[in-house]
Design a protein around this ligand. Structure first.
Ligand SMILES: Cc1cc2nc3c(=O)[nH]c(=O)nc-3n(C[C@H](O)[C@H](O)[C@H](O)COP(=O)(O)OP(=O)(O)OC[C@H]3O[C@@H](n4cnc5c(N)ncnc54)[C@H](O)[C@@H]3O)c2cc1C
Length: 319
């Protein structure tokens, strides 16, 4: 991806994981490396092979879907991060764009709308990166990543690069073949060790050539809706549970939780948001153990009230 300056990875030793998750929870990690572009991933692998950073390496974007453990993690957290400018995004003709793993989704959505490329508006309120969206098949309303995705370039465990097409990616509701342990069923339990089968480097997406003012209007009505329905000013991980396939028709996970009387329920510093029952917020000093305790309380209440078993959407690391 075209980036103006090739910045070397930034290394920090012994950091708090809470700094790298949107819910501000998590103990210490041995090392953190931040990449300004996926082009410098090779430098990180060299640092690892020279013994300058400890293994294992775990790859993240903005940590907007990860619950890190209170006990912390060994090894190195590798973060893909970008500024919000044009870096990490290269527009081609006919609504096609190449995007780097660390590009923020709201920045991509705004850029697309200003250029009059439709279909990206739903990404405007998802506070993650291209890499996280490619793995999670992020979506909102009627849109999801897989509607836009033509291919994903990954680095595999052996260091080689592979171009994956939609048929390789096995996209489903908030899941893909890229989720760690997808084959073993771990993906549906929402748990993983942070070790991935492949690292997302970039993706090629396609939207629809459209009118900029219409795209911008759709984008702002999308954001207005989220501002009125979600606790965006408090630390959270977005939806904790996937919407279930069973249960009363049309009931979202949030509605099932709300109508089980769980809104406002707390465990220590973690609370079921009074604004949106499928969001848990950190009200101050929240811990992963409290988040997990609250998940269990909510799952139990929903199962007793509705007979529905909720499945986590958040990624719980090393639980
Ligand atoms: C307020 C709020 C609202 C949200 N709303 C939505 C919503 O509407 N729809 C929705 O789908 N999600 C939503 N989310 C959840 C989250 O933003 C998405 O899942 C997003 O796609 C995660 O992106 P990320 O970069 O933060 O990924 P992370 O949380 O950092 O990582 C998620 C997973 O992807 C992996 N990963 C990340 N980058 C890479 C990479 N480059 N290579 C390989 N693996 C990688 C990680 O290891 C992890 O398993 C919301 C979260 C918040 C806090």
């Amino acid at each position: 991806m075209a980036t103006a300056i090739r910045l070397r990875p930034r290394l920090r030793i012994r950091e708090r994981l809470s700094r790298f998750s949107s819910i501000r929870i998590g103990g210490a990690v041995e090392a953190v490396v931040s990449l300004s572009s996926s082009e410098v991933l090779g430098d990180v692998l060299d640092m690892y092979h020279r013994g300058e950073i400890p293994g294992p390496l775990a790859f993240i974007g903005r940590g907007s879907n990860i619950l890190f453990p209170d006990a912390g993690l060994g090894g190195t957290l590798v973060r893909f991060e970008h500024g919000d400018g044009g870096a990490g995004c290269r527009w081609l003709s006919g609504g096609q764009v190449e995007v780097d793993a660390g590009l923020s989704l709201p920045a991509l959505a705004r850029d697309a709308a200003r250029r009059g490329i439709g279909g990206f508006e739903f990404l405007s309120g998802i506070p993650g990166t291209v890499g996280g969206a490619a793995v999670m098949n992020a979506g909102a309303g009627n849109g999801q990543w897989s509607d836009l995705c033509e291919s994903v370039l990954v680095a595999t465990g052996t260091g080689s690069h592979e171009l994956l097409l939609p048929e390789d990616l096995a996209y489903g509701y908030r899941t893909s073949a890229l989720l760690a342990g997808a084959d073993s069923g771990e993906a549906s339990s929402g748990k993983n060790s942070g070790l991935l089968r492949a690292v997302v480097l970039s993706a090629r997406l396609r939207g629809e050539v459209s009118d900029p003012s219409e795209c911008l209007a759709r984008l702002s009505s999308h954001l207005d809706y989220r501002r009125t329905t979600q606790p965006l000013d408090e630390p959270s991980l977005g939806s904790v549970f996937r919407n279930p396939s069973g249960g009363p028709p049309g009931y979202s996970a949030g509605r099932l939780i709300e109508e089980s009387g769980m809104k406002g329920r707390s465990a220590g510093g973690v609370m079921v948001s009074p604004r949106h029952a499928n969001f848990f917020v950190n009200t101050g000093g929240g811990k992963a153990s409290e988040f997990l305790e609250l998940m269990a309380t909510v799952e139990d209440a929903v199962q007793k009230t509705w007979g529905v078993i909720l499945e986590p959407e958040v990624r719980v690391w090393n639980a």
